[in-house]
Design a protein. Sequence first.
Length: 177
Amino acid sequence: MSLERKSHTRRNSRNNSLRTGRRSSRLLWLPFILATMAFAVVACSHLPVYSHYEHIDSEGWQREDTITFTTAVANTADYQMMLGLRTTNAYPYTNLTFVARCLTANNGIILNDTITLNITDDDGNSNGRGIMIFQHSHTLPTHALHAGDTLTVSVSHLMSRHLLPGVTDVGLTVSAN
């Protein structure tokens, strides 16, 4: 009997050391888990407050077709705006030049800029992400907007062709910093 008790005692001491080892290995993961949670909280603060795409007619984007986005600003903050453009292989040029005008009802024009976006590289491969429809984006400067402002962004192309084929959508995403 005494031999059985000794082996039983050894098992318990071995199990206790295993349990202690498991606890310490769990504590090693704690900083990683806390850092991940902190990163998630910070990353969530940059969620878009507005995101919308306008579909372009299948015939193409006409020069006089100005695409306008309007959104109300709920909170006073610095806002980052990003213009998005979706194209297909039917787009005939390597770049696209357009004008972006941003204004608010209270502050007037805050941006009036001509932008050239490189659609393809020198070999004709798309610079955008995608397979048949390619997503391109251009970040506009950050602007301080106030609660109650109405932000209006208008976009029109400045290319030599009156009717620009291969552009499927134009969009705007606004995020608070």
